[in-house]
Design a protein around this ligand. Structure first.
Ligand SMILES: Cc1cc2nc3c(=O)[nH]c(=O)nc-3n(C[C@H](O)[C@H](O)[C@H](O)COP(=O)(O)O)c2cc1C
Length: 332
């Protein structure tokens, strides 16, 4: 296989998790702009439906998920950081066509198949975490994706449906020709509420070591900060740790700078985020999508809650930027 970046990743490494309506090109660039490329090695797009990608009208609705701004690309290239596109669906033929389309039109380093999302409306269609244990179908999907894309394929999944079935599930996946498994240490039933059980990651690593040590194993679930992630990787033997909601607690999660919580730095980061959102999406995405981010940047100082409440009332990007400028002019 051409250029399999997974083989060259030096461990331990960190990855930013795919998160719908969060990890678009705009937010990924913000994270990259303050990340240490020695730590953050890998980012993922939001999950994108192969049904959508295979349908001319449907494609229009989902294609924004694949956008990579030039400014993000520059940061990726300068840090030698990889970007993986994540897809989901149920039909191997559509996986073939969608991954072919992706490799013909885009420049992703790898392709990941979502076999972890527990959301009822998707599980009902048989996609994502509903694929756990559907070995024949999963083999066909993986093969179709490899053939269609020519890219290294990974699978992001959970430990089981109702109970952990890590041993059988991981042992099966290791024989399918994928390059990496990202194991979210919860079952489908656990959603994301119950604590992640990293002993399941350790179990998966043990199986990987027996069956195929060349395949990368990345653990996911409740990583609180870099030292916590390093501890989990050293305890379990995982090659990498994937961080999802941890980024909501700290946009500087992957930074090496001594923790610098200066208010104005976070305000500048938020301002860049809002401006880039406006430049990238115009009116095609709802401004209210930005509101979930305000707490990331504005917390932990006197007056944060009041300022956040004020910002929540803003109706568009220029109003929000004006409010930030006004707030910055107050002398702290
Ligand atoms: C808002 C949100 C959106 C998510 N969207 C996706 C997605 O598109 N694809 C995916 O594989 N997982 C998705 N996830 C799951 C995360 O990638 C990750 O597996 C999960 O949050 C557990 O990691 P954490 O405990 O570090 O947050 C999403 C999670 C959140 C909170």
């Amino acid at each position: 296989m051409l250029n399999n970046f997974w083989e060259k990743l030096s461990q331990p490494f960190f990855a930013l998790a795919p998160m719908e309506d969060v990890t678009d090109t705009v937010f990924r660039e913000i994270v990259l702009s303050v990340a240490d490329p020695v730590k953050l090695k890998l980012l993922f797009t939001e999950f994108t439906s192969v049904d959508g990608l295979c349908h001319p009208k449907g494609r229009e609705a989902v294609i924004h998920r694949l956008l990579v701004n030039n400014s993000e690309r520059e940061l990726l290239n300068s840090g030698n950081i990889k970007l993986v596109v994540q897809i989901w669906g149920t039909d191997p033929e559509k996986f073939y066509s969608a991954s072919r389309y992706i490799s013909d039109h885009y420049d992703f380093d790898g392709i990941d198949i979502n076999m972890g999302c527990p959301v009822a409306k998707i599980v009902k269609q048989g996609g994502c975490s509903a694929l756990i244990g559907q070995n024949e179908l999963v083999s066909d999907i993986i093969q179709a994706t490899r053939e269609g894309s020519g890219l290294p394929v990974s699978v992001k999944t959970r430990t089981g449906i109702k109970e952990h079935t890590t041993e059988q599930w991981v042992a099966f996946l290791l024989e399918t020709g994928i390059s990496a498994i990202i194991l979210h240490a919860r079952t489908q039933r656990m959603m994301s509420e119950k604590p992640a059980e990293w002993d399941q990651v350790k179990l998966a690593v043990d199986i990987r070591n027996q069956i195929n040590p060349a395949i990368k194993l990345i653990g996911n679930g409740d990583v609180r900060n870099i030292s916590h992630g390093l501890e989990l990787m050293s305890e379990t033997g995982a090659d990498g740790a994937m961080v999802g909601r941890g980024i909501f607690a700290d946009p500087w999660f992957f930074s090496s700078q001594v923790k610098d919580r200066r208010i104005d730095k976070n305000l500048d980061l938020l301002k860049s985020h809002i401006i880039s959102f406006g430049n990238t999406w115009g009116n095609s995405k709802n401004f209210s999508l930005l509101k979930r981010f305000f707490k990331i940047y504005i917390s932990g100082f006197d007056g944060a809650a009041a300022f956040r409440a004020q910002l929540m009332e803003s109706l568009n990007t220029s109003e929000a930027v004006d409010l930030i400028e006004q707030f910055k002019s107050i002398d702290f």
